[in-house]
Write a protein that binds this ligand. Structure first.
Ligand code: PHE
Length: 359
């Protein structure tokens, strides 16, 4: 057998017994690479005489072609094997149901809280927080509601067992967010201030518009030159942004809270057309919050001089505002953890309405 035939037999054998693309590539490089055995043969043609060159050139070239063809064939075979292997080991069950869409939704209360915070932040208010289990002192006394005060009965208070008689010891679930006014103002640099206080509050009450736990947002602005017109402007700006209506019309109705003097309940103009609530128009009024100028006794309780400082405070129900804005009929449904309800009234976390994206 000639030398070339031997080389050919050897390489073709290697090709046919190779098992992987890597192995095949190595065979190709050994034969046809720069320093490959076949390449060397082809190079040697240059030093041959013409007669010999004619014979050898066609011999070497057909060897090269044969190797290339065989490698190509083997490559296809290996690919086929890889695919067959995949087909036999991997499989798809097309009869299975599709994956459930598990995206969560933002609860309307979280959404509305964020919207309110955003609006008041733009107006220069910062957020303050306080404990949910409060003392008589912070929840009532410091807010000018001493034990014998009749208003104390209106708060439907949940009491927490406490063995001490000291009014500064925690013993109630806070009935409103107003105690955080005190906690803020009594701090060293508590005033002047502009704060809002979102948070949970508790009252023993349960029907379509009352739940034992609900969410309030308190507002407090104290400075040396604040009067009732600032309160009015702030609340109008808030309503304009929150309800997204230009023609806000608010009515300040004289009222009574022990911690403000004068006090006003605030109503927003609205109409009911075919059972649909429209804000900013019509002849009806809907109560949305309580407010007033902070009572001097409250400032005194925080060691803030009422001769120098005064300001306004307001308190609104976050849940109630959410019901109004998004047409949610029953307050209790907020806290029932019904996923179908959340799916309907909740907000897409990636596509939330906000005053900045105009949704
Ligand atoms: N704390 C009052 C309530 O819960 C609301 C309020 C806050 C009223 C501040 C006036 C000023 O009803």
């Amino acid at each position: 057998m000639s030398e070339v035939k031997k080389i050919e037999k050897n390489i073709l054998k290697l090709i046919s017994s190779s098992k992987s693309l890597d192995e095949l590539e190595k065979i190709r490089v050994d034969a046809l690479g720069k320093k490959g055995i076949v390449s060397n043969l082809l190079k040697s043609i240059g030093s041959m005489n013409e007669k010999e060159r004619k014979v050898k050139a066609s011999l070497f070239n057909s060897l090269k072609d044969k190797i290339i063809q065989n490698i190509e064939k083997k490559k296809n075979l290996i690919y086929e094997n890889i695919i067959n292997e995949k087909i036999s080991t991997e499989w798809l069950d097309l009869t299975r149901p599709t994956r459930p869409d598990n995206r969560g939704k933002i609860h309307p209360i979280s959404q509305v809280t964020e919207e309110i915070i955003e609006i008041f932040s733009d107006l220069g208010f910062s957020i303050a927080e306080g404990p949910q289990i409060e003392s008589d002192w912070y929840n009532f006394d410091a807010l000018n509601i001493p034990p014998e005060h009749p208003a104390r009965q209106e708060f439907d208070t949940f009491y927490v067992k406490n063995n001490s008689d000291i009014i500064a010891e925690p013993n109630v679930l806070r009935t409103h967010t107003s105690p955080v006014q005190i906690r803020h103002m009594e701090k060293k640099n508590g005033v002047p201030c502009r704060i809002i206080v979102p948070g949970k509050v508790f009252r023993s009450d349960y029907d379509q518009t009352h739940t034992p736990m609900f969410n309030q947002l308190e507002g407090l602005a104290i400075d040396t030159d604040i009067n009732m017109s600032h309160l009015k402007w702030t609340l109008e700006e808030f309503c304009r942004a929150f309800f997204d209506i230009d023609n806000v019309s608010l009515r300040f109705r004289s009222s009574h809270f022990p911690f403000t003097e004068p006090s006003a309940e605030v109503d927003i103009r609205c109409s009911w057309v075919d059972g649909l609530l429209k804000l900013g128009q019509g002849d009806n009024w809907l109560e949305i919050l309580g407010s007033g100028m902070v009572h001097p006794n409250v400032l005194n309780a925080c060691n803030v001089d009422p001769e120098k400082y005064q300001g306004f405070a307001f308190g609104m129900g976050i849940d109630r505002l959410a019901m109004l804005k998004y047409g949610i009929p029953d307050l209790r449904s907020f806290f029932e953890s019904d996923f179908r309800w959340l799916d309907h009234y909740g907000f897409d976390p990636l596509n939330k309405p906000s005053i900045h994206n105009g949704l």
